[in-house]
Design a protein. Structure first.
Lengths: 392, 246
C-alpha cells in the first residue's frame, strides 16, 4: 500500500485529511438531520471558509519559514475598519478603498517582518504585540462604532445576494479548471520523460484527473443548486471563494515554483545553510510577512463586504483558526514543510466544525472549547508525526 | 605567477579574542593544502573569512593577484571559492537537486524555477561524484552521510569552482566513504582545482596534501611541503606549536 502511494506520489497526509473531512461531513449531516450537506449550507460554508482560507495560505509561508503570525485576526479588524471607513465616511469607491486596505495590510506585514528579520525580535513577540496594537487601532479608527453603509456594489465581494457568478459562468470556470489540470498532468508526464526520470504510473494520473473532475463538477453543481431567494435562479460560485482560490493558487505558485518560495522552505529547513548558500534571509522573512499582511487585508475585504459594515471586533481569534488550518493541512510548526493545498483543506475542516456546531445549536463557549481542542490535537499529530519520521 | 588565492595579514577577533591574527595563507592551482591545528587554533575562522561566512577585520585577500572584497558567501562563490562545510549545510527538508542549486536556481519562462533542468543536471553532477546515487526525490535528511556529502560536493564543484575548502571532510564517514573522498580530492586536484583540507586529524590530511600549514592560537606557525616533513614533526608542531625557524 505504502509502495503504491509512493509510486503515485500521493501525499498520505492529504489523503488522510480528505478522509477525515468526509467523515466529519457525514457525521454532521446525520447529526443535523440533513441540514449540513444541503446546498444552502454548503454555499454558506464555502463563503465562511474563504476568510480563514485566504489567510491560511499566507500562514503556510510564515510557519514554513519558522515564524508565526498571531496578529492576523487583529490586522483583519484594523484593515477592515479602514476599508469600511474610507467608503462610509470619506466617500471612496470600493475598489479604491479595498486597494488602500491591501496596501495597509502589506505595510503592516513589512513592519512586523522588519522587526523579526532586521531587529531579531522573535516573531511570536512581534506579532503578539501586533495582535494588541492592531486590535486597539481597529477600535480607534471609528471610536468603536460600527461603520456603515458601505459603497454600493461592494457586497459582491462578500458572497451575498449579488455575490456569485451564476450557473453558466460557474460551469464554464469549472470546465476551464478541469482542462487546466488535465493539461498540467500531461505536461508533467512529458517533462519527466524528456528529462529522463520515470513518469508517474498512468493509473495514478488517471486517479488525479478523476478526482479533480469529480471534485470540481460536484462543487459547481452544489453551488448552482443553491438559488436566489424566492426564485429558481442558481447562485453559482460565490465571489469570495474565487478570491480565495485565486489567492491560494498565487501563493502556491509563489511557494513551489519561485526562488522566493524555495528560500522560504530552505530557511525553515536549515537557516544556516540558507545563509551560507548566499540567500538574503532577511528579505525572504520580510517577504513572507508582507504576503501574510496582504492576505489578512484581503480577508478583511471579504469580511466587511459580507457584513456590509465595519466593526472593530472583526477577526477576533481568527489567528487561531488560521494557524490550526495551516497545521492541520500539514504545515509543520518546526518549519521547513508546508502545503498550501493542505491549508485550504484545513480551513474547510475548521469551518465545517464551526458551521456544524452552529447548526447543532452549540453555544459560542462550546465552539471555542472545541476549536481549542482541535488546535491542540492538530499540533500533537504534527509533533508525533515528526518524532516518528525522526526515528525512521 | 600569482597564487590562485592569497590571504595577507588577515585578522579577525570576536569581542577582544583574536581568533585569527595577521595570518598569511595561499593556495596554488592544482594543489592540495592541509590546514592543521587543534580545535580553536583559528583554522575554521580563517576559512570562514575566505568563504565569506565572516568578514575581515584587517588584511586583504587576492584572487589571481587581484585584491577582492569578500563580504558574503555569494561574493566568495562568484570568485570561484566554494566551501564544503563539515555539517554539509544542506536544507534537510529539500531533495537533492534543490540543495545542489540552492541560492543559484535555474529559471525558465516567467522566472519560474526550472525543476526539470535542475534535476537532470543534478543527476549528472551527483553521479559523477557518486555513481550509485539515485534518490533524487526524497528530502536529503532521509539519505546516508555519504550520499549527503555527494550532494554537497556536487554543489561545490558544479559551479566552476577554482578553490575548494573542505572542512573536516571525513569526520562523519566510514572507511569506505573516506577512501572515496581521497579519490575525488586527487581527481579534482588533477583538474586544476586548489583544495584546502581543514582538519584537526593529521592522518586525514597527510596522505592527501602537497603542502601543510599549521595554525595555533590564531597564527600560522608553520608551513611545510608534505614530502619534506615527517608525521612526527608535524604532530610536534601541532601540539607544541614551535614556530617556524625556531
Amino acid at each position: 500500500m505504502n509502495e503504491r502511494l509512493r509510486a503515485a506520489e500521493l501525499d498520505p497526509r492529504l489523503l488522510g485529511m480528505t478522509g477525515a473531512l468526509v467523515a466529519v461531513w457525514i457525521g454532521l449531516d446525520l447529526a443535523s438531520g440533513g441540514l449540513f450537506l444541503a446546498p444552502r449550507n454548503l454555499y454558506n460554508l464555502a463563503v465562511q471558509s474563504s476568510v480563514v482560507g485566504v489567510m491560511a495560505s499566507g500562514m503556510v509561508l510564515v510557519i514554513t519559514a519558522r515564524h508565526i503570525d498571531l496578529s492576523v485576526g487583529s490586522l483583519l479588524g484594523f484593515t477592515g475598519m479602514g476599508i469600511a471607513t474610507l467608503q462610509a465616511e470619506s466617500g471612496w469607491s470600493w475598489p479604491l478603498a479595498s486597494l488602500a486596505g491591501l496596501a495597509v495590510g502589506a505595510a503592516a506585514g513589512a513592519w512586523q517582518g522588519w522587526w523579526v528579520a532586521h531587529r531579531g525580535v522573535p516573531a511570536f513577540v512581534v506579532t503578539l504585540a501586533g495582535l494588541l496594537v492592531f486590535r486597539g487601532a481597529a477600535y480607534l479608527v471609528a471610536d468603536g462604532k460600527t461603520v456603515t453603509p458601505l459603497a454600493p456594489g461592494f457586497g459582491v465581494l462578500g458572497g451575498g445576494i449579488q455575490g456569485s457568478i451564476g450557473a453558466a459562468a460557474s460551469w464554464a470556470l469549472g470546465a476551464a479548471a478541469i482542462a487546466a489540470i488535465a493539461a498540467g498532468i500531461a505536461r508533467g508526464r512529458r517533462t519527466r520523460v524528456r528529462h529522463g526520470s520515470p513518469p508517474r504510473p498512468a493509473w495514478a494520473d488517471a486517479l488525479r484527473l478523476g478526482a479533480a473532475v469529480a471534485g470540481i463538477a460536484g462543487f459547481v453543481a452544489v453551488m448552482n443548486a443553491h438559488t436566489q431567494p424566492r426564485s429558481d435562479v442558481a447562485r453559482g460560485i460565490p465571489v469570495p471563494v474565487l478570491l480565495w482560490i485565486g489567492s491560494a493558487l498565487a501563493i502556491a505558485l509563489l511557494f513551489r515554483a519561485t526562488r522566493f518560495g524555495r528560500y522560504v522552505s530552505a530557511l525553515g529547513g536549515n537557516p544556516d545553510a540558507a545563509v551560507r548558500a548566499g540567500i538574503d534571509v532577511r528579505r525572504v522573512t520580510v517577504g513572507a510577512f508582507v504576503a501574510m499582511g496582504l492576505l489578512a487585508a484581503l480577508a478583511a475585504v471579504i469580511t466587511t463586504a459580507r457584513l456590509g459594515a465595519g466593526t472593530n471586533s472583526m477577526g477576533t481569534l481568527a489567528e487561531l483558526s488560521v494557524i490550526a488550518a495551516a497545521v492541520i493541512g500539514g504545515t509543520s510548526l518546526a518549519g521547513g514543510r508546508g502545503s498550501v493545498g493542505g491549508a485550504a483543506l484545513g480551513a474547510v475542516l475548521m469551518q465545517s466544525l464551526e458551521n456544524g456546531m452552529v447548526l447543532l445549536g452549540a453555544s459560542s463557549a462550546i465552539r471555542q472549547i472545541a476549536i481549542g481542542g482541535l488546535l491542540l490535537l492538530a499540533v500533537w499529530i504534527d509533533v508525533a508525526a515528526r518524532r516518528r519520521s525522526a526515528d525512521a | 605567477m600569482s597564487p590562485r588565492v592569497e590571504m595577507r595579514g588577515v585578522s579577525k577577533s570576536f569581542g577582544g579574542v583574536h581568533a585569527v591574527e595577521r595570518a598569511d595563507f595561499r593556495i596554488e592551482e592544482g594543489e592540495v593544502v592541509g590546514l592543521l591545528g587543534h580545535n580553536g587554533a583559528g583554522k575554521s575562522t580563517l576559512m570562514a573569512l575566505l568563504s565569506g561566512a565572516l568578514t575581515l577585520d584587517a588584511g586583504e585577500i587576492l584572487v589571481d593577484g587581484q585584491r577582492v572584497r569578500i563580504a558574503s558567501p555569494r561574493d566568495a562563490r562568484d570568485l570561484g571559492i566554494e566551501a564544503l562545510y563539515q555539517d554539509l549545510a544542506l536544507a534537510d527538508n529539500l531533495p537533492a537537486a534543490a540543495n545542489l542549486f540552492l541560492g543559484r536556481e535555474l529559471r525558465g519562462r516567467l522566472g519560474l524555477l526550472d525543476e526539470g533542468r535542475m534535476e537532470r543536471i543534478a543527476r549528472e553532477v551527483v553521479r559523477r561524484v557518486n555513481p550509485r546515487f539515485d534518490d533524487f526525490r526524497s528530502p536529503v535528511k532521509r539519505l546516508s552521510g555519504g550520499q549527503r556529502q555527494s550532494i554537497a560536493l556536487g554543489r561545490a564543484i558544479h559551479f566552476d569552482a577554482r578553490v575548494l575548502v573542505l572542512d573536516e571532510p571525513t569526520a562523519a564517514l566510514g572507511p569506505e566513504e573516506t577512501r572515496q573522498v581521497g579519490e575525488w580530492v586527487a581527481r579534482l586536484r588533477d583538474q586544476g582545482l586548489g583544495i584546502v583540507l581543514v582538519s584537526h586529524d593529521l592522518h586525514d590530511v597527510f596522505a592527501l596534501s602537497d603542502r601543510v600549514v599549521v595554525m595555533k592560537g590564531g597564527c600560522v606557525i608553520a608551513e611545510r611541503a608534505t614530502a619534506e616533513v615527517s608525521r612526527d614533526d608535524l604532530l610536534e608542531l601541532i601540539i607544541a606549536g614551535a614556530p617556524d625557524g625556531s
